[in-house]
Design a protein around this ligand. Structure first.
Ligand SMILES: Cc1ncc(C[n+]2csc(CCOP(=O)(O)OP(=O)(O)O)c2C)c(N)n1
Ligand code: SF4
Ligand SMILES: [Mg+2]
Length: 348
């Protein structure tokens, strides 16, 4: 990273002067090789490279192996481990109480697409400013590997049970319902995931990242479409994601016709080199169609599918004041008795 310099103790530091050690969390209790651990590593690295102050971050989650992950990154940050599938409503409340924080939610495919579906869809339509990551392994890892609602039709459990229901594509759903930054990555693709996370931090609105994250204990065998092998063989990136932070000064030389450039809210630059011919990530209908066509072809597309940097967020719609609601004094949040008296008088 261009801005990292050596601190007084010789450790490389980011542009707010912190070494990456300050972004670490507790020791992971997840299985060795679980994709979720790699995602935690990338989150730490992205937050460090972006110079996000750990104390200014809220980590939210539900229930599942994936939802345990926030304990394994950024111990200095705030965290709330909610009930199963209830992370969206808890996050909505927390963000309304203090919208000046960077909010990252980590959920699972079970947590999001089954028990939490009712909450998830309302989060999407509100464009709540937060990063929502689904660590997608196609199974309920924590409860011993039953199929989840994102498991692909025809995929097989170790026991031989075949999934005969079509999987829910959370990216197509998120685009359709109103999220303003939607992408899919793979826990094993360090560079793509890191760039997408850094761009996510710079975005203002709901970022929905579906990250295929193999469960080595219950769903990493032949017949699984969420295994390391299957992803290595079938991952089809639609764009090459490159992110240049506003404080970096890196010149990347691209031929202009093949790159889609997006200026992010903080002045950073997201560069999407087209791999799929004529793919325009601001065309909503085309993004959904592309995902649906890929599904018919059994292809796993990755990359940034959709981005909209103009749409108002939930906070804009509510016209939320600059100061966090949670720290406003009671003299402002609670109308005086005289206000109540005049209201009552007006009703007589
Ligand atoms: C109300 C409620 N119902 C069911 C459960 C049991 N349960 C715990 S985790 C889980 C599924 C987790 O799957 P996922 O979100 O995909 O996370 P993973 O473990 O695969 O990372 C279930 C059904 C629960 N904890 N609470
Ligand atoms: S059971 Fe699966 S999802 Fe859970 S920690 Fe182990 S490998 Fe990861
Ligand atoms: Mg899961």
């Amino acid at each position: 990273m261009a801005t990292a310099t050596a601190g007084s103790n010789g450790l490389k530091v980011n542009h707010i002067g912190l070494p990456i050690l300050e972004y670490r969390g507790g020791k992971s209790t997840l299985c060795a090789g679980c994709g979720h651990n790699s995602i935690s590593e990338r989150i730490m690295q992205a937050m460090w490279e972006m110079g996000v102050e750990p104390e200014r971050v809220m980590k939210m989650s539900g229930i599942g192996c994936s939802s345990k992950s926030p304990a394994y990154f950024m111990s200095r940050s705030h965290a709330f481990n909610g009930l199963h599938g209830r992370m969206p409503s808890v996050s909505t409340g927390a963000i309304l109480a203090n919208h000046t924080m960077t909010t990252i939610g980590v959920s699972g495919d079970g947590d999001t697409a089954s028990i939490g579906m009712g909450q998830f869809v309302h989060l999407l339509r509100r464009n709540l400013p937060m990063i929502y990551i689904i660590e997608n392994n196609g199974v309920y890892g924590l409860t011993k590997g039953q199929f989840s609602a994102t498991a692909d039709i025809g995929s097989r459990l170790k026991t031989g049970v075949v999934n005969d229901l079509p999987g829910i594509d959370t990216c197509a759903l998120a685009i359709q319902l109103g999220a303003t930054f939607v992408g899919r990555s793979f826990s094993g693709d360090k560079l793509q995931l890191l760039s997408m996370l850094k761009a996510a931090i710079a975005h203002k609105g709901t970022v929905m990242l579906d990250v295929i994250s193999p469960c080595v204990t219950f769903n990493d065998h032949e017949g699984s479409t969420k295994s390391y092998k299957f992803m290595q063989d079938n991952d089809e990136p639609i764009n090459e994601v490159d992110f240049v932070a506003s404080f970096d000064d890196i010149e990347v030389d691209y031929g202009s016709g093949e790159v889609y450039e997006v200026e992010m809210h903080d002045g950073s630059n997201l560069r999407l080199r087209k791999l799929l011919e004529d793919y325009d990530p601001t065309d909503k209908a085309n993004a959904v169609r592309t995902l649906m066509e890929a599904r018919d072809e059994d292809e796993i597309l990755t990359g940034v599918f959709y981005i909209d940097t103009e749409k108002p967020t939930f906070l804009d719609l509510l016209n939320v004041v600059d100061e966090p609601l949670g720290t406003l004094p009671e003299s402002i949040t609670r109308p005086p008795k005289s206000a109540l008296d005049s209201l009552m008088a007006s009703l007589q």
